[in-house]
Write a protein that binds this ligand. Structure first.
Ligand SMILES: [Fe+2]
Ligand SMILES: [Fe+2]
Length: 300
């Protein structure tokens, strides 16, 4: 199974999206003025709700055929170099998940991963705008981190869509069930292979690869992975995905027990009170976005 999963990775050129996400992006693109930076920023904002569409834009902007030497790390910058006809074509041609019963059964998990991704991006943005403001002054570095937050669990989406049985085993592998399943590659590893295959910038790939174990990353690239790890750990939907059916610990107990998380937050001077405020604000913001795009909160 391990090899079958790895071999399938190299056949994936486009990740399907769901109609609700595609429709909101199509609507925004339809009313966007491609000569107006503010209008493009609004479109980029909506594209960032959808990891599969987000990747499509980064992939195309970073393709060798475009000949740009500098890697493109944000969808905003990708939109600035693509003409409006191509932008509309990319969005309208993007494949949808087939409407077949087996996919419908996965929809709740799909929604949870999308919600988690949105939440992690918002938490990271809030951290960067607040308590981590001095840690990443460089705009390109911030773009790369935000991109990494959107795509960091693409490996989970891959397992869900292409190997649903292995996805189930993978998410049931947590600290309450350490036996797990060694036959399934780690989703962060899968995500990093996909990012490499799609020529995404190195730092995005590496931050995604180590988002659960930043202490294993080389010191030169550890900072991005650590910041992503903080945002990922603070996401309530992370807890729902991995521990939703467990009543062993509450989310708060789970946070307090994560020694590595507390070590890293201490290193960046992040207090528990900051964590609580950022979590609360980010969760409200995420719920609002989910409502706006027509997703009701999945039942736990
Ligand atoms: Fe993850
Ligand atoms: Fe995650």
């Amino acid at each position: 199974m391990f090899n079958e999963i790895l071999n399938t990775l190299y056949t994936i050129d486009h990740f399907p999206t769901c109609p609700a996400l595609k429709n909101i992006i199509l609507d925004t693109a339809g009313s966007a003025d491609c000569k107006d930076k503010k209008s493009l920023a609004g479109l980029a904002h909506h594209i960032s709700f959808d990891p599969s569409m987000f990747i499509e834009f980064l992939k195309i902007a970073n393709a060798d055929s475009f000949g740009y030497r500098k890697k493109i790390s944000s969808v905003n910058n990708a939109l600035l170099i693509l003409d409006d006809e191509l932008i509309n074509l990319i969005i309208s041609q993007h494949p949808l998940m087939p409407e077949i019963p087996s996919y419908q059964a996965l929809f709740r998990d799909y929604m949870l991963i999308i919600k988690h991704t949105i939440e992690v991006r918002i938490i990271l943005q809030n951290l960067l705008d607040g308590v981590l403001i001095n840690a990443t002054a460089d705009e390109n570095e911030r773009d790369e981190l935000i991109a990494a937050s959107v795509i960091h669990d693409i490996g989970l989406l891959f397992l869900l869509l292409y190997f649903p049985n292995e996805y189930r085993k993978s998410v049931s592998h947590n600290e309450f069930n350490p036996a797990g399943n060694a036959a399934v590659p780690d989703h962060a590893f899968i995500g990093s292979i996909l990012c490499e295959y799609w020529h995404l910038p190195y730092s995005i790939r590496v931050s995604a690869a180590f988002h659960h174990y930043p202490w294993l990353a080389d010191e030169k690239i550890r900072k991005g992975a650590e910041m992503l790890y903080i945002a990922d750990s603070l996401s309530s939907t992370f807890y729902d995905i991995f521990y939703g059916e467990s009543d062993v610990y509450s989310f708060e107990e789970h946070i307090v027990m994560k020694k590595q998380l507390l070590d890293i937050t201490e290193k960046y001077g992040i207090e528990m009170t900051d964590i609580a405020l950022i979590r609360e604000e980010s969760l409200l913001h995420t719920e609002k976005i989910m409502d706006d795009i027509g997703f009701s909160s999945p039942a736990a």
